[in-house]
Design a protein around this ligand. Structure first.
Ligand code: NI
Length: 182
């Protein structure tokens, strides 16, 4: 398993509509394993294939971020077949670090997908898991949580993100300088 680089906003792949997986083979399973490792390393509660540079309809979700066993969900070609209610949950995104914002979503969803072995299954979810599913399926459609904000909130969020990136880069540079001087 390999930890892959996470693609950051505003990379074009994050606004690309992803293609369905035609066959769940070993290459797909390897990608899934890498995505799981990358998500836990981040750490995050969900990751979509375009976030590691692959425009396919695959997402991995673990609302406990690996804290509890058996909470990992692999969704290939996921489709929401039922959605009801409303909730507003503070979301973040591994491709837009430093930004947290409340987004309106359906409170409960039923989703149909293929698992890691290519077997179809259905999943009913509420609260955080429902939010994760909707956030990740958005990624597969090239939609970011920024796109679900008002224009004003989006503008503030992008500013916050750029500031956060600059800080991250500064910290990296300082680390680099220290290594150079040793
Ligand atoms: Ni995200």
């Amino acid at each position: 398993m390999t930890i892959r680089d996470i693609v950051l906003f505003p990379d074009d792949i994050l606004t690309t509509k992803c293609e369905p997986v035609e066959e769940v083979d070993d290459a797909i399973r390897e990608l899934i394993d890498d995505m799981v490792e990358t998500m836990y390393d981040a750490p995050g509660v969900g990751l979509a294939a375009p976030q590691v540079g692959v425009p396919l309809r695959i997402t991995v979700i673990d609302p406990t971020a690996g804290e509890e066993e058996d909470d990992l969900h692999v969704l290939i070609n996921p489709e929401i077949v039922e959605a009801e209610g409303h909730l507003s949950w503070e979301e973040g995104c591994l491709s837009i670090p430093g930004v947290y914002e409340k987004i309106d979503r359906a409170a409960r969803v039923k989703v149909r997908a293929l698992d890691r072995d290519g077997e179809p299954y259905e999943l009913e979810a509420e609260d955080l898991m429902s939010v994760c599913i909707q956030h990740e399926i958005d990624h597969l459609d090239g939609i970011l949580f920024l796109d679900r904000m008002s224009r004003l909130k989006r503008r503030i969020a992008v500013k916050k993100y750029k500031k956060h990136l600059a800080k991250m880069k500064q910290a990296e540079d300082e680390e680099g300088d220290e290594e150079d001087s040793q």
